[in-house]
Unconditional design. Structure first.
Length: 349
């Protein structure tokens, strides 16, 4: 008797496991293509062939063909009349100079975190980051660290600018007069939110070496007259006052529960009655089963931070209530964003 006949029921298969195992290879394809500046070079042109690409980059025909084929398989390139051209996705997000260029985040992840994730088992066994040494450095945000000083602000902007667009479309920031973006980096959120809400004025608050970079970048934008930058340390200093909203996007996950509670307490102190705090994060599900982006980002906090972790909306709601905030609302996004999957908005009574 044939006990292996097809019954019409799809058997369990290890194919999903292969897709997971392939993840590091897929990430490297994108990172290397960006190292070649492939998508920027193809933008606005007639495309390339493996022979032309190989000749321009000093590659033999075989590797040139393999890289272009891999990029096409991932939807990064299209093939038309024998020539490879940017896909719509790459043209929008992987061409330098475009408003929502995403490549700097990919490059930072590849150069700083790729090798560190190869030692994830060490981070798990030691409960310590492996991109920096907490015994000799006070914080991962060290201006002497080449990656953090040069690459991280650009990477944070690269990921944040489209995320800010998603938030601008999902929440009425026009209801606020003045917004303080705590840990606001290069002003990605402030610039994008002000562009969508003409009556909004905003301030980036970050470490002095970052806020200086933000001030220079924002001065060159169309909203430079409505956005400024202040340097400071939200642990060492009190937060600036006079704002009716404070934004914390991907800030609290860097810190322990106790440190996050201190930040929220400072937000509460800085706001007047009726002021609101907005927390944007890659939240975990309340039952602790996902989603993938939030769960993997949580492990990245193990690799990158001394005590950070991704948390659920329920956990943040409890923290907000303990800080004195009320009326906590869950905010979904009308457009999928690369860095967060929603927000919490809470009010100071």
């Amino acid at each position: 008797m044939n006990t292996h006949s097809y019954t019409g029921v799809q058997p369990l298969t290890p194919a999903p496991l292969m897709a997971i195992a392939d993840g590091f290879r897929v990430a490297k394809v994108l990172a290397v293509a960006l190292d070649f500046d492939l998508f920027t070079k193809l933008s606005g042109g007639e495309g390339t062939t493996p022979e032309e690409f190989g000749s321009a980059e000093g590659l033999a025909p075989r590797p040139a063909t393999l890289l272009l084929t891999a990029c096409a398989s991932l939807g990064l390139l299209d093939k038309r009349d024998g020539r490879y051209v940017n896909s719509e996705l790459s043209e929008e997000f992987l061409v330098r100079g475009k408003r929502y260029f995403f490549g700097d985040l990919v490059t930072f992840t590849d150069r700083r975190e790729y090798d560190a994730w190869g030692k994830l088992d060490v981070a798990l066994r030691t409960d310590r980051p492996n991109t920096w040494d907490p015994d000799t450095e006070q914080t991962l945000f060290d201006p002497q660290d080449e990656h953090m000083a040069e690459l991280f602000p650009k990477a944070a902007h690269s990921g944040a600018v489209f995320t800010a667009r998603a938030m601008a479309l999902s929440h009425d920031f026009g209801a606020y007069r003045r917004l303080l973006d705590v840990g606001g980096g290069l002003g990605s959120f402030c610039g994008e939110l002000c562009a969508h809400h003409p009556n909004l004025r905003a301030t980036v608050y970050d470490l002095p070496f970052v806020s200086g970079m933000a001030e220079k970048r924002l001065a060159e934008t169309e909203v430079g007259d409505r956005v400024d930058a202040l340097g400071g340390d939200f642990f060492a200093d009190g937060l600036p006052t006079g704002y009716d909203a404070i934004l914390l996007t991907n800030i609290l996950h860097d810190w322990s529960d106790e440190e996050s509670a201190r930040i929220l307490a400072k937000c509460h102190d800085a706001l007047g009655s009726g002021g609101e705090v907005i927390i944007g994060e890659a939240f975990l599900d309340d039952d602790g089963t996902g989603p993938v982006a939030g769960a993997v980002a949580g492990l990245n906090m193990l690799v990158e931070t001394a005590a950070g972790t991704n948390r659920s909306r329920a956990a943040y709601t409890e923290m907000l209530n303990r800080a004195g905030f009320t009326d906590v609302r869950r905010l979904g996004l009308v457009v999928d964003a690369p860095l967060i999957n929603g927000a919490l908005v809470a009010r100071k009574a």
